[in-house]
Write a new protein. Structure first.
Length: 421
């Protein structure tokens, strides 16, 4: 029972990373807990805690009692007690830290219904049966979804998990309304020839079981470390001045992202120093209305009524000072007196930091060498043709001049014609 990159060896142990199921990428263990008490020895006379944490498919965890006093370590494959038959899982935590986890989740070790016992370490035969049952889950899920569509049930079957001995299959589904799946269970039992259990989960629980990559580029928090799902409202986005775009605020589960609550307390503490945005500032020049706030810099932008295009920036202390004067029915001259301190020069001076490349090196388009070569060839051909034509003309002119010089002159009679008698 390991990650896809290292696979599983013949004895059920990860054969690639060789870290006994506790790889550094946290792929072998979902929702793992670091055992910071592993290197600490127990006081004299105190027996080790018999509780063991065992993980099953997609982060499902249960706590069991090690009544057989087996020597278990993280990554061991064990056969555990089930309501009927036995199940196969992987040990994820042992020792005193298990008692802390059980206390946090309000689980008592004496609860016989919830805390069962570990039978033994899984043999190779147990692992083979369990692996064969796991291989059936994906094709079964495709068929199960088709059966639900044929019966026109408004539900989505998200995952199927077989029990370790292959005697029972649990179907996890999500639905917005109550679904009558009695006919569907009959179809499943007739088709798959096993005991069927239907379990409804929420949309966030579905995303936690299946896992995935969030918009931040990291694995989903609910599938790696987040266990308590607190309610998230759109007011958390408003306090943090985020655009109320449902496509950006929704997570993979379709609900609002849980990470909107991470920094909400810090924003609420910072907003205590800001006056309310609907409070107007009364000056002799006119009434000013808040247009924008910058929580990180502690600045606020105001504009006069009727001059909405001209914004004036002041600090929160200055805004609170003006509001206190307004409460005393006093008016300041104008906001320009306060905003003059925060006028910044918007001219940007760029420097060549690298010393080799120019910032305008991409402004001029690159010329195509092939086009230049073809143009040059054409020009050369035209020039050669024109030069050849001129040479031919010169040769013709020379030959004509030579012919004129070599041609003999015609004989003429110098004497006048004699008169006839």
């Amino acid at each position: 029972m390991a990650c896809n990159s290292c696979a599983t060896g013949e004895d059920g142990q990860p054969k690639g990373c060789k870290n006994n199921g506790t790889c550094g990428t946290d792929s072998c263990n979902k929702l793992t807990v670091f055992d910071w008490l592993a290197n600490m020895s127990l006081p004299n006379g105190q027996k080790p805690f018999i509780g063991v944490e065992v993980r099953f498919k997609n982060g499902r965890k249960h706590y069991y009692k090690n009544t057989e006093n087996l020597t278990l370590s993280i990554g061991d494959i064990v056969a555990t007690q089930a309501k009927s038959g036995h199940d196969i899982g992987m040990v994820t935590l042992t020792g005193e830290l298990v008692s802390v986890q059980m206390k946090r989740k309000k689980i008592k070790l004496d609860d016989a219904e919830n805390v069962l016992k570990i039978y033994r370490k899984a043999s190779q035969k147990d692992i083979d049966i369990w692996s064969a049952a796991r291989d059936k889950e994906e094709p079964m899920k495709v068929k199960a979804r088709q059966f639900a569509i044929d019966l026109n049930l408004k539900m989505k079957i998200s995952d199927i998990e077989f029990q370790g001995d292959g005697s029972k299959a649990t179907f996890y589904y999500t639905a917005e309304e109550r679904v009558d799946f009695r006919e569907l269970i009959k179809v499943f039992a007739r088709e798959f020839r096993t005991r069927i259990e239907m379990k409804q989960v929420g949309f966030r629980q579905e995303a936690a079981r299946l896992g995935g990559i969030g918009s931040c580029g990291r694995e989903l928090c609910c599938s790696t470390w987040l266990t308590d799902f607190r309610s998230v409202s759109t007011s958390a986005a408003r306090y943090q001045q985020l655009s109320l775009n449902p496509l950006k605020l929704a997570g993979q589960c379709g609900k609002l992202k849980c990470c909107l609550n991470y920094e909400l307390d810090a924003y609420l503490d910072a907003l205590k120093a800001f006056p309310k945005s609907d409070v107007k500032l009364y000056t002799e020049k006119g009434n000013a209305v808040c247009q924008k706030t910058d929580i990180f810099k502690g600045l606020m932008w105001y504009a006069y009524e009727g001059e909405w295009m001209n914004w004036h920036v002041i600090t929160t202390d200055q805004a609170n000072e003006i509001i206190e004067k307004n409460k005393k029915k006093e008016k300041v001259a104008s906001l320009e007196e306060y905003a003059a301190e925060h006028i910044q020069d918007t001219k940007n001076e760029f420097e060549n930091v690298v010393g080799q490349d120019s910032l305008t090196r991409f402004d001029s388009p690159k010329s195509n060498k092939k086009r230049k070569n073809t143009r040059n060839n054409r020009n050369n051909k035209s020039r050669s043709n024109s030069s050849n034509g001129n040479k031919n003309r010169n040769n013709k002119a020379k030959t004509q001049n030579r012919n004129r010089k070599q041609k003999p002159k015609a004989k003429t009679n110098d004497k006048p014609n004699a008169k006839k008698a």
